[in-house]
Design a protein around this ligand. Structure first.
Ligand code: ATP
Ligand code: MG
Length: 593
C-alpha cells in the first residue's frame, strides 16, 4: 500500500480531553476519529489493527470449539422483561423513542446478548445430545455509558466478542468455562498484551463465579488488589484480606468528650489526638422501596419501605464496599437522610455511634476489623460529643438478634493476602479487557429455556458467558507498548508489518528499489506500507516512529550506492544493512520468530 494513495491523517495536535497515552496516540496517528461523545470512526489504519485483533479472537474461539453466529443490535424490550433486566440495566440500556404504541418504544439496542442467545437455545436446543454447545459472535454493542472516557477504552458503541456456553450440569460448565479461560489467555498472549487474571464481581450480568482479564495501566478505571508474592489477585469490588488480629489492649473506661464543632473523621482525630484507624465510622442506611413492577417504566426514585435503619460499622480508615454490603444486607441499601439519623441517634449528623442503637430498633452490620478494635473513638449519639474507649462486645453487641458481622469494606494497600501467606496486597489501576462468568441458570430459568436430559427430565441449561472488548484490546496494547515518539505495535496486531521509507523519492533508483521491495513483500503475504511521500527524511522518520510499524526498511541514495538498504525494528535502535535482494527472506524469517 502506498502512503500517498492511503488515508493516514497523522497530526501533532492532540485534543485537550485526550489525557491517556493510548487516546492521544490513536488520535495523533490517525487511527480513530471521534464523531460524538463515546462514538468513534476507525480510520483505515485503525481498522486494519481492529480486524487483526478480530481475526485472532475468531481463530481462538473456533479452536476452542465455539460456534459463530450473528445476533441483531435491535432487540425487543419484551425479551428483557422476561429476564427482568429492563430495569436493572437502567440508563445503560439504550431505548428507541417514538410515538405511543409505535414499535420503537418497544425496542432497545443490545448492550449484551444473554437474553437473545437464551431464546435461541430455547428454540433449537432440546436434548442433552446437543450439549455442550457454545455460541459466539463478534458484534457491535451499545451502552448508555454516563461518562465515555479515554478514547476507545470506554465508548457508547463498541465491538465485543461475546460467547455463551450451554451445559447439562455444573461439571460441564466448569469445563466450558476453563476452555474459554484458556482461549482468553491465548488471545491476550497473541495480541502481545501483558495481562493479569483476577477474581471478579459478576454485577448485573449475574452468576456466581467470574474472572476478569486486566491490563495494568493508569488509564484504567478498575482497582485490583494483587499480593506481592502473586498468590492472590482480585478486583477490589470483591477482594478480601486476611482477618485483622484482635487487639489485646486492656479495655479502658468509656469516656464522653465535648467536640463542639468536630464532625469529620479528620477533625475528630486532630481534636482527640488519635488516628482514623482508631475510629469507628457509624453509617446509617435504609432499604429502598422495591422497584415498580411496571417494567417498561424507568426506575423510580426509591422511597424507604422498611423504616428500620441498618447501621454499618467500619474502621475510620476503611471505606464501605457497596457490593459486599449489598450481599451482607441481603439487598441494596441507601444512605439515610438527616431526619432518620436524628431520629435514631437523637443527635445531629456527625455524632452517631453504635452504642444503644440496636435497643432503638436498628440492625447492625459490623465489619470484622471493627470487632478486632479496642478503646475506639466514635460519635456519642449526642450533638457536640464523641466517646473514647468504646469497646465492641462491652459497649455494643457483636452478636445476637439484629447483629451481623460481615466483611463490608474495601481492602487497602498493605492488607495481608487472604491465602494465609501473609504477603501484603498492593492496589493497582487496571483496565478490564475481558470477563468470563459462570451464569448458572439465571437466564435459562427466567426464559424457561429447558432441555430434555438423559433421565427424561426437563432441566434448565447451565450457562456461562464470556466477553472480550476488541477496541479495548487495541487501546490497552498501545498503553502497554509505546514510548515518547509513538506506538510500538506488537507485530500480530500492527496495521502493517513493514514500512518501507523511500528517503529520496525523486531518485529513480531509490523509487524502483523501494517499489520492487514493496511488490515482493506484498506478493509474499507481508502487510507492507510504502511511504512514497515527497517529504524530508526527518519528517518521514518521525511519522514512522509515531505510527509504530514493527519493521522499517529505509531506501536512500547513499546506502544504495553501497548496495544496501537499512532495516530497523521499532522496538530497537539496531540497524541491519542488507542487499535489496536479501530483504525478502530476512523479513519472512524475522516475522516468524
Ligand atoms: P466495565 O466494568 O469496564 O464497564 P463491564 O463489566 O461492563 O466493563 P462486560 O459487560 O463484562 O463489561 O463486557 C465485556 C467486555 O466488553 C469488557 O471486558 C470490556 O473489554 C468490553 N467493554 C465493556 N464496556 C465497554 C465500553 N463501554 N467500551 C469499550 N469496551 C467495553
Ligand atoms: Mg460496564
Amino acid at each position: 500500500m502506498r502512503w500517498t494513495r492511503y488515508l493516514i491523517p497523522t497530526t501533532k495536535e492532540v485534543p485537550k480531553d485526550a489525557t491517556v497515552p493510548s487516546h492521544q496516540l490513536m488520535i495523533r496517528t490517525g487511527l480513530i476519529r471521534q464523531l460524538a461523545a463515546g462514538v468513534y470512526t476507525y480510520l483505515p489504519l485503525g481498522y486494519r489493527s481492529l480486524r487483526k485483533i478480530e481475526a485472532i479472537v475468531r481463530e481462538e474461539m473456533n479452536r476452542a470449539g465455539a460456534i459463530e453466529l450473528h445476533m441483531p443490535c435491535l432487540q425487543p424490550l419484551d425479551l428483557w422483561d422476561e429476564s427482568g433486566r429492563t430495569q436493572v440495566m437502567g440508563d445503560v440500556l439504550l431505548r428507541l423513542a417514538g410515538p405511543k404504541g409505535d414499535w420503537r418504544t418497544q425496542t432497545c439496542l443490545g448492550p449484551t446478548h444473554e437474553e437473545n442467545v437464551t431464546e435461541i437455545a430455547r428454540a433449537f436446543v432440546n436434548s442433552y445430545k446437543q450439549l455442550p454447545i457454545n455460541l459466539y459472535q463478534i458484534q457491535t454493542k451499545f451502552r448508555g455509558e454516563a461518562r465515555p472516557k479515554s478514547g476507545v477504552l470506554r465508548t457508547r458503541e463498541f465491538l465485543m466478542k461475546d460467547a455463551y456456553s450451554f451445559d447439562r450440569d455444573k461439571a460441564g460448565l466448569d469445563l466450558s468455562y476453563q476452555k474459554m479461560y484458556d482461549a482468553y489467555c491465548r488471545i491476550y498472549e497473541r495480541c502481545g498484551l501483558p495481562y493479569l487474571v483476577v477474581e471478579a464481581e459478576s454485577g448485573p450480568i449475574g452468576g456466581d463465579a467470574s474472572h476478569e482479564f486486566m491490563v495494568l495501566t493508569d488509564a484504567g478505571e478498575d482497582i485490583v488488589a494483587v499480593s506481592e508474592s502473586g498468590d492472590y489477585a482480585a478486583n477490589t469490588e470483591r477482594a478480601i484480606a486476611a482477618p485483622i488480629a484482635p487487639s489485646d489492649d486492656p479495655m479502658q473506661p468509656l469516656e464522653e468528650v465535648h467536640t463542639p464543632s468536630q464532625r469529620t473523621i479528620d477533625e475528630v482525630c486532630a481534636f482527640l489526638k488519635t488516628r482514623p484507624g482508631q475510629m469507628i465510622k457509624t453509617l446509617i442506611y435504609l432499604r429502598p422501596a422495591p422497584s415498580a413492577p411496571d417494567s417498561h417504566a424507568p426506575a423510580r426514585a426509591a422511597a424507604p419501605a422498611n423504616p428500620s435503619p441498618v447501621v454499618v460499622l467500619i474502621r475510620g480508615d476503611h471505606e464501605v464496599n457497596e457490593h459486599k454490603l449489598k450481599k451482607a444486607a441481603g439487598g441494596p441499601l441507601e444512605l439515610a437522610g438527616e431526619g432518620v439519623i436524628q431520629n435514631l441517634t437523637g443527635a445531629d449528623v456527625g455524632f452517631a455511634g453504635p452504642h444503644g442503637l440496636v435497643e432503638r430498633g436498628a440492625r447492625l452490620i459490623i465489619d470484622p476489623a471493627v470487632v478486632a478494635m479496642r478503646n475506639a473513638c466514635t460519635g456519642a449519639n449526642k450533638t457536640g460529643y464523641h466517646v473514647r474507649n468504646l469497646n465492641p462486645g462491652r459497649d455494643f453487641p457483636t452478636s445476637g438478634d439484629n447483629v451481623v458481622v460481615a466483611d463490608v469494606r474495601n481492602v487497602v494497600d498493605g492488607d495481608a493476602s487472604p491465602t494465609g501467606s501473609g504477603s501484603p496486597l498492593r492496589l493497582r489501576t487496571a483496565i478490564e479487557v475481558g470477563h468470563v462468568f459462570k451464569l448458572g441458570t439465571k437466564y435459562s430459568d427466567a426464559l424457561k429455556a429447558h432441555f430434555l436430559d438423559q433421565d427424561g427430565k426437563s432441566k434448565p441449561f447451565i450457562m456461562g458467558c464470556y466477553g472480550i472488548g476488541l477496541n479495548r484490546i487495541m487501546a490497552a496494547a498501545i498503553e502497554a507498548h509505546h514510548d515518547e515518539n509513538g506506538i510500538i505495535w506488537p507485530a500480530s496486531i500492527a496495521p502493517f508489518e513493514v514500512l518501507i521509507v523511500a528517503l529520496d523519492p525523486r531518485e529513480a533508483d531509490v523509487m524502483s528499489t523501494a517499489e520492487t521491495l514493496h511488490d515482493e513483500l506484498e506478493a509474499a503475504g507481508v502487510d507492507v506500507l510504502f511511504d512514497d511521500r515527497d517529504e524530508r527524511a526527518g519528517f518521514k522518520f518521525k511519522d514512522a516512529d509515531l505510527i509504530g510499524i514493527p519493521l522499517r526498511i529505509t531506501v536512500g541514495r547513499k546506502s544504495l550506492a553501497d548496495g544496501v538498504v537499512e532495516l530497523k525494528r521499532r522496538d530497537s535502535s539496531d540497524v541491519t544493512k542488507l542487499a535489496p535482494t536479501a530483504v525478502k527472506s530476512h523479513v519472512l524469517q524475522v516475522m516468524h520468530t
